[in-house]
Design a protein around this ligand. Structure first.
Ligand code: TRP
Ligand code: SF4
Length: 404
């Protein structure tokens, strides 16, 4: 039986500090974060320790990359009034939980993570036969579990890390969630909810345990989440008691799969720094125009009179991201019949990219001009993050008999 995250409402995601971001990041990740922040309690952090797992030999870029990236988050519309923004290394609880989880994590689980071998092969020029690199998915597990996040927005390649996190959480709860007097304590906790709620909880629990009624399980969880009278430890007990297990100290998160960004690069391949085909969020309008005007098109369309084929043209991929149906029809017909030229065809996407970047660049400038403001946002975020992480660690230390 699985102990699913109680705090489905809490979302956590991180990004390595890579410096200024580009439209691929915006369409692939940031737009999604902006939407999530309205719906959930969101924690977004700069994974600076993660950067060290591959760049331990030259960490000097990390600080500037961090601030640049945070500015781009803010520019993209992440609102520090809604989401908590922070830096991983400012919350040492991540490291403490990582260490404690390392005690119960079988080596094989880490060696089996596909990104381990993949990255080692990909980054051949680096020596990645380090302890830190092997353990980096577990550090990610600690990142997630220390906030007891229910949902983790990630790309396809990171889903295995969330799966690992679930296994580690399950193992942790199994080993440390079994108190000798668990049932008794759970019964006492039920009483603390008050007569009416206690009765409801018991009814739902019975419906779930006897008839497998999932709606009852969901209702019971919602009931527990709304309880103000019981402490965290009691709540963990009642979550576990509900499903017939022990305490749920570290709830299992779910991946929230971000659909792969369709954002093409200037050459039609996926937009990525390593392909040198990006449009950075801080690109000047002049640069955007110049680069898009010189973008390759259907190579078979040499002369203006040659009909073209949008299917093999990178510009068409931009239309798929930016243009409405009318414009797309205009491109399809006009290109295939040579009624429009490529210069003409590019104009609507150039306009759309410029219109998208403009408000972001305006916001970015405000933050660039006021570095203090950015620092304050991060300081406040770190403080809020630490409060939550601290609560979890109290529970964890208690469960592991370390609170003496
Ligand atoms: N490993 C992720 C990446 O490389 C970044 C990351 C670190 C992360 N910790 C996380 C993402 C926790 C989601 C949740 O992109
Ligand atoms: Fe590409 Fe547009 Fe030129 Fe056709 S008309 S080849 S879609 S740029």
């Amino acid at each position: 039986m699985t102990a699913v995250a109680a705090q489905h409402a809490r979302v956590l995601s991180g990004m390595r500090p890579t410096g200024r971001l580009h439209l691929g990041h915006y369409h692939g990740v940031l737009k999604n974060w902006v939407e999530l922040q309205h719906e959930y309690q969101c924690f977004f952090f700069v994974a600076d320790w993660h950067a060290l797992t591959t760049h331990y030999d030259d960490p000097s870029m990390v600080p500037q990359s961090t601030w640049d990236m945070v500015i781009d988050w803010l520019a993209a519309g992440i609102n520090p009034g809604e989401a908590t923004l922070f830096i991983q290394s400012r919350v040492p609880e991540h490291a403490e939980l990582h260490l404690l989880l390392s005690m119960i994590t079988p080596l094989g689980w880490l060696e089996r993570v596909p990104t381990y071998k993949d990255q080692q092969d990909k980054l051949k020029e680096k020596d990645l036969s380090t302890y830190g690199f092997l353990g980096y998915p577990l550090l990610q597990s600690a990142d997630i579990l220390v906030y007891r996040a229910g949902l983790v927005p990630v790309g396809e390649d990171q889903v295995v890390h969330v799966e690992l996190t679930r296994e580690v959480a399950r193992r942790f709860n199994h080993i440390y969630g079994r108190e000798p007097d668990f049932e008794e304590k759970a019964e006492q906790a039920i009483k603390k909810m008050g007569k009416k709620n206690a009765k409801l909880y018991k009814k739902y629990r019975r419906a779930y345990q006897e008839k497998g009624d999932d709606d009852a399980l969901a209702a019971a969880r919602a009931l527990l989440e709304s309880q103000q009278n019981i402490g965290i430890a009691d709540r963990d007990r009642l979550f576990g008691f509900l499903e017939g297990g022990g305490m749920v100290i570290l709830p299992e998160p779910q991946p929230l799969l971000t659909k792969a960004s369709k954002m093409p690069g200037l050459d039609g391949q996926k937009m990525s720094k390593s392909y040198n085909n990006t449009i950075p969020l801080d690109a000047s309008p002049k640069r955007v125009e110049k680069e898009m005007r010189t973008m390759p098109t259907d190579p078979a369309r040499v002369r203006r009179n040659d009909p073209g084929n949008p299917d093999v043209c990178p510009v068409w991929q931009f239309h798929e991201v930016y243009s409405d149906k009318d414009v797309r029809d205009w491109v399809q017909k006009g290109c295939r019949s040579a009624a429009i030229g490529c210069v003409e065809c590019k104009q609507p996407v150039i306009d759309a990219v410029l219109a998208e970047l403009k408000p972001m660049q305006k916001r970015a400038k405000e933050y660039v001009d006021q570095p203090e403001l950015v620092r304050n946002i991060i300081n406040e975020g770190c403080e809020r993050a630490r409060e939550v992480a601290h609560e979890t660690m109290d529970e964890v230390r208690h469960a592991m008999s370390l609170d003496y």
